[in-house]
Design a protein around this ligand. Structure first.
Ligand SMILES: [Mg+2]
Length: 91
């Protein structure tokens, strides 16, 4: 996964506020949805735009994790549970 500097993201949260940065995350997810729909529904060649929106979403998702302050342990435990559940669907 890409390396994201938490210090820059924390600065942005402090400067622009939690609500603003949370809404930026929502906006970025919407932009990614739009590009994915264009790719799969309209067969547009927009892989470069999908890449850009994926990176925007990764950055803003990391900001959401910082805003909600979940511990690595609880995130890993939840990810493990969800991956196990997915694994059972593959058998
Ligand atoms: Mg974007």
């Amino acid at each position: 996964m890409i390396k994201i500097s938490d210090s820059v993201l924390l600065q942005a949260i402090n400067q622009f506020g939690i609500e603003k940065q949370a809404l930026v995350a929502v906006e970025e997810m919407s932009e990614l949805q739009k590009e994915l729909l264009k790719y799969f529904n309209r067969k547009e060649e927009n892989r470069h735009l999908i890449k850009e929106e994926l990176v925007d979403v990764l950055i803003t998702l990391r900001q959401l994790f910082l805003i909600f302050n979940y511990s690595e342990k609880e995130l890993n435990e939840m990810a493990e549970r969800k991956l196990k559940r997915l694994e059972t669907k593959l058998k």
